[in-house]
Design a protein around this ligand. Structure first.
Ligand code: FES
Ligand code: FES
Length: 161
């Protein structure tokens, strides 16, 4: 058991856990942040995507010990940012949410992508940005259209809603 300090969604947190406990388990089971989902548990589906030290990662592959001294942002915070708000609202309005297991991961990845995608990203650029996120329900068409709309909206006024 170790004491691990890190920043979570802008606040300092301290957890007592074995350093090889998975970040996803700590978030969901110890800290009550259940937005990040357990899909595959093997780094393939992206349902557990969070931002660690500024980069998107699969929380099911990260040991909590790796987070010591670092910064973790989860969908709970990211969905409230200007980019996350655009993505979340456009996913909903495009009907791009069915079972919803994949949605938090898409919100995190797409919100990160909006910071660099321009207002009119090509389909391939969106697909590349979301390559680590799988959806078994929607067939992706509505998700890509939603992210395209989010990019346009984010660049038009979303940075300062
Ligand atoms: S649950 Fe982490 S990538 Fe699927
Ligand atoms: S909405 Fe069900 S996996 Fe994407």
């Amino acid at each position: 058991m170790s004491t691990i300090d890190f920043e979570l969604n802008g606040d300092a947190v301290r957890v007592d856990a074995p350093p090889d406990r998975l970040l996803l388990e700590v978030l969901r089971e110890d800290l009550g942040l259940t937005g990040s989902k357990l899909g595959c548990g093997t780094g393939d589906c992206g349902a557990c995507t969070v931002v660690l030290n500024g980069a998107t990662v699969d929380a099911c592959l990260i040991y909590i010990g790796e987070c010591a001294g670092g910064s973790v942002e989860t969908v709970e915070r990211i969905a409230e940012t200007p980019a996350g708000t655009c993505v979340t609202e456009e996913l909903a309005s495009h009907g791009a949410i069915q079972c919803g297991i994949c949605t938090p991961g898409f919100v995190v990845s797409a919100a990160a992508a909006l910071e660099t995608l321009g207002p009119h990203p090509k389909r391939q650029e969106i697909q590349d940005a979301l390559a680590g996120n799988l959806c078994r329900c929607t067939g992706y068409v509505t998700i890509i259209e939603a992210v395209r709309a989010a990019a346009e909206r984010f660049n038009a006024d979303g940075r300062n809603p």
